[in-house]
Ligand binder design. Structure first.
Ligand code: SF4
Ligand code: SF4
Length: 399
């Protein structure tokens, strides 16, 4: 997923503002390649996602964190500041903030300003519903803040069935406000589905209209996405076309999320690896630390920022992260000639679709994932154990 965020983009702020310093690499033999070094883990994550709340004004059908209701255990302002202090001590130079909708926190601006004042830049994802003219001006005045507005259709007819009625118009209004406030190059963030993959050129034109950058990411079967993935993920033919489209447009950000498509023969820009627990991790709204933003499940919980030793101890010595930094076992992918490029794909995608972690990705470009999925007993799928949906999750019947 998001390793390329380091490579392709950093939090904005006015031109000329010096970027904070990246974390140091963990010791590695001088001959090791950069990728091998990254696989061994870093002193601090280079791509840390921090979800500030499970509360959300929307109820997207593919929400990776099953957000909706605030969790009563969410970190209060004092604890949020203390996490920022921990990250600053570790020289984490920016965080990807998400949720839920982070702007629903009453202390959103307080924590945001505290973070950037302490050298931890913030790139936050929002549905835009709370970006009015006044908030847009306030955001435009801050250094080290970057914004990703989520939109999953180039028109309301495509977007709203996924993100909710009226969400397209609200996101467009937020973009207008940011442009009017002179925010600069925000990002337009699109989760690629089988319904919007044909609109990629339109998304690119829309981003250009606002002087924004286009970012497209992979739909994962995590959170509520577990229910909607089978109906929404791109078909095999669409995947191939998507790969060609991305190869032709290296300027489009992908957060490294399509590295499984490298098996078509050409890698996309990025580090092309699963960074879970190695260079990537997530802190959730209650302070729990998970291996990756798309792996919000007890199986991938490494500890809590509230534990003794805080985030640094979890990152550096938790049992789970130590295990993830060991060389992976290709398992059923061993005999595949594309393993070096694809590495078996995404751990989270395999886990939530019930596939073995040492086998092919459910969207394996050779079709092995599809065959493996046919053998999965739906009753054996992992239960989403931290669901904060406003209403009980039901299998998606429309779309
Ligand atoms: S589990 Fe998937 S989404 Fe998470 S870091 Fe690995 S490849 Fe990326
Ligand atoms: S078999 Fe495994 S390594 Fe080969 S393309 Fe499919 S997922 Fe990738």
């Amino acid at each position: 997923m998001t390793v390329t965020d380091l490579v392709q983009s950093r939090p904005g702020g006015p031109a000329g503002v010096a970027a904070p310093v990246p974390p140091t690499l963990a010791p590695a033999p001088a001959s090791a390649s950069l990728q091998q070094e990254l696989l061994r883990g870093l002193e601090a994550p280079i791509c840390l996602t921090w979800e500030w709340t499970y509360a959300c004004n929307l109820q997207c059908v593919h929400c990776l964190s099953s957000s909706g209701r605030r969790d009563p255990r969410e970190l209060d302002t004092t604890r949020m500041r203390s996490v920022v202090d921990q990250l600053a001590d570790l020289q984490v130079f920016y965080v990807n903030v998400g949720g839920g909708e982070p702007m629903t926190r009453p202390d959103f601006f307080e924590v945001l300003e505290y973070s950037v004042d302490h050298g931890v830049g913030v790139k936050f994802s929002t549905n835009g519903g709370m970006i009015d003219a006044s908030n847009a001006r306030r955001l435009a005045d801050l250094d080290y803040v970057d914004i990703q507005i989520s939109l999953d259709g180039a028109d309301a007819m495509t977007n709203d069935p996924v993100r909710g009625l009226g969400s397209y118009d609200r996101a467009r209004r937020a973009m207008e406000h940011l442009a009017a406030a002179g925010f600069g190059a925000f990002k337009l963030s699109v989760v690629v589905t089988r319904h919007n993959v044909g609109q990629l050129d339109t998304f690119a034109a829309l981003a250009a209209e606002y002087g924004a950058e286009l970012r497209v990411t992979r739909l994962r079967p995590s959170g509520r996405g577990q229910d909607s993935w089978a109906r929404l993920h791109p078909t095999a033919q669409q995947q191939r076309e998507l790969h060609g489209w991305l190869v032709a447009r290296p300027e489009v950000l992908t957060g490294d999320s399509f590295f499984h498509l490298a098996a078509y023969g050409q890698s996309l820009p990025g580090l092309n690896l699963c960074g879970a627990g190695r260079v990537v991790c997530l802190i959730d709204p209650v302070g729990d630390v998970y291996a990756c933003p798309f792996a919000l499940h007890e199986h991938f919980r490494a500890g809590s920022v509230l534990d003794e030793g805080g985030f640094a101890k979890v990152w550096r010595s938790s049992e789970l992260f130590t295990e993830l930094r060991e060389p992976g076992n290709p398992g059923a992918c061993t005999s595949c000639g594309h393993y070096d490029a694809c590495q078996g794909g995404c751990m989270a995608a395999k886990f939530f679709t019930g596939l073995p972690l040492d086998g092919p990705d459910p969207e394996c470009v050779l079709g092995h994932g599809e065959a493996a999925l046919n053998a999965v007993d739906p009753k054996g799928l992992p239960i989403i154990d931290n669901d904060h949906s406003k209403r009980r999750r039901l299998p998606l019947t429309v779309l």
